[in-house]
Write a protein that binds this ligand. Structure first.
Ligand SMILES: Nc1ncnc2c1ncn2[C@@H]1O[C@H](COP(=O)(O)OP(=O)(O)OP(=O)(O)O)[C@@H](O)[C@H]1O
Length: 236
């Protein structure tokens, strides 16, 4: 498995404003991510998305460093992003082509030379996720959930070493959530995702709990979920 190392990392707000220093978005912390499936849970605004964005250089740390297999996100951003595929919560911020097929083919442009080969590969990748029947529909005619799955297909098409997904099940119904959970469980690559769905979080081997910009628990899913429940609801 690839190894992601966050060392003494902190993230500050972009524009500190006036006299009163706003609190950091992420307080200084260190973390190593090397297992197959890691989920990040926590309250709204606790820093989950920011933590995920650090992993492929979408957000750079204000202190410390983030490395992916030794590549520093601050200096080797493009190389890191070739290894780390990132799925955004909002699929429309990611899908740039008129149809899913076009989008997957675009993703493959750097790795699969030749239009015919790209078409063939795109078709195989879409079929493997059960999305071929939606491949030629306008992105705007797809439902939110269908779009979310298509955005995942587009990122997975290039077979990144690491998949980072920010709330990938928010728009999915029960059946598609089960489908996504099945996909995540069988992916060969390292997967790191945020979710508010605690059943989905429980599929992970490791669960990190965030609270007010800090990692407050890091361990097995059942213990982590209990810790989060205790924090959020005051119950165990
Ligand atoms: N560029 C920024 N400048 C200032 N504040 C920011 C910036 N980015 C994020 N924040 C703030 O940092 C906090 C953490 O945001 P983040 O999106 O990481 O939370 P989250 O845990 O993913 O929340 P949610 O569950 O609602 O998606 C929030 O209070 C957010 O408003």
């Amino acid at each position: 498995m690839p190894r992601i190392l966050l060392q003494d990392v902190s993230v500050l707000p972009a524009s500190p404003g006036t006299d009163a220093e706003p609190p950091p978005i992420l307080h200084p912390f260190s973390l190593e991510l090397a297992g197959p499936r890691t989920a990040v849970i926590g309250a709204n605004g606790s820093g989950k998305s920011t933590l995920l964005k650090l992993l492929n250089g979408l957000v750079l740390p204000d202190t410390g460093s983030v490395t992916v297999d030794g590549l520093d996100t601050a200096h080797k951003g493009a190389a890191v992003r070739r290894r780390v595929g990132f799925v955004f919560t909002d699929p429309l911020s990611q899908l740039v082509m008129p149809t899913g097929r076009d989008d997957v083919e675009l993703s493959l442009r750097a790795s699969v030379p030749g239009r015919a080969a790209r078409r063939h590969t795109a078709e195989a990748r879409l079929a493997s996720l059960g999305l071929l029947d939606l491949a030629d529909r306008s992105i705007y005619d797809l439902s939110g959930g269908e779009r979310q799955l298509m955005a995942l297909a587009s990122v997975l098409a290039v077979e990144p070493d690491i998949l980072v997904a920010d709330e990938p099940s928010t728009l999915l119904d029960l059946r598609n959530t089960a489908r996504l959970r099945g996909i995540f469980s069988s992916l060969p690559q390292q997967v790191i995702y945020t979710t508010h769905d605690l059943e989905f979080a429980a599929d992970a081997d490791r669960v990190i709990v965030m609270e007010n910009g800090s990692v407050v628990f890091d361990g097995g899913p059942q213990e982590a979920i209990a810790a989060y429940r205790a924090l959020a609801l005051g119950v165990r």
